[in-house]
Design a protein around this ligand. Structure first.
Ligand SMILES: CC(C)(COP(=O)(O)OP(=O)(O)OC[C@H]1O[C@@H](n2cnc3c(N)ncnc32)[C@H](O)[C@@H]1OP(=O)(O)O)[C@@H](O)C(=O)NCCC(=O)NCCS
Length: 173
């Protein structure tokens, strides 16, 4: 399985991607944007990876550059709910590759693929209200804010608000 865009390709996550993923995730600016601020070890990541290998309720892809095959991030669909035709979207780009349009380029392709491949009606996500970069990205992709969970995440000594956003198949057509 491989998805291609102008500058990128998306391929399934492999065991050998562990070190890149852990390094990307343990970056302070990335941790600040996530719900949990826990550092991850390679072993913890590998346990998670192996536990999910046969999980057909999620899909995790690596985002790579076509020109040098370097990994730049991950994109995923979780909680794929076949009965209700919905799933939860997530993306992460390593900090050294931010602001180059890579998240938008890869997400657009992945979302289009996901609607078709899993016959979805809705893709939704949750994001910290203070995460402007991600919220702007999601809005640019067509996601609309549908609700707010007040003081939903306790992080760095404070309760943080969380936005729920969603994108319907019909919005894309
Ligand atoms: C959010 C994230 C994926 C954006 O990746 P990126 O490759 O830098 O994003 P792009 O370059 O494709 O930008 C797409 C749009 O996102 C928005 N955006 C990206 N970075 C931004 C920033 N620092 N401030 C404001 N808006 C920003 C803009 O609307 C941008 O469109 P524009 O360039 O036309 O203005 C990246 O910052 C990241 O991985 N952050 C940490 C993980 C994270 O927050 N994931 C989401 C958790 S729910």
């Amino acid at each position: 399985m491989m998805l291609k865009t102008e500058r990128l390709y998306l391929r399934p996550m492999l065991e050998e991607d562990a070190q890149f993923i852990v390094d990307m995730r343990n970056n302070t600016n990335i941790l600040n944007s996530l719900f949990s601020c826990k550092m991850l070890t390679v072993q913890e990541h590998l346990n998670w990876y192996k536990n999910n290998l046969n999980n057909d309720n999620r899909i995790d892809l690596m985002i790579c550059k076509k020109d040098d095959n370097k990994r730049i991030g991950t994109v995923n669909l979780a909680n794929i709910d076949y009965k209700n035709q919905k799933a939860e979207f997530g993306i992460m780009i390593a900090e050294s590759f931010w602001n180059k349009g890579y998240a938008y380029e890869s997400s657009q392709k992945f979302i289009q693929y996901s609607f078709n491949q899993f016959n979805l009606n809705k893709i939704y996500l949750e994001v910290l209200k203070e995460n402007n970069a991600a919220i702007n990205l999601y809005q640019k992709l067509g996601f609309k804010e549908i609700g707010i969970l007040k003081e939903d995440i306790f992080k760095n000594g404070k309760f943080k608000d969380v936005l729920i956003m969603s994108l319907f198949r019909d919005d894309l057509e």
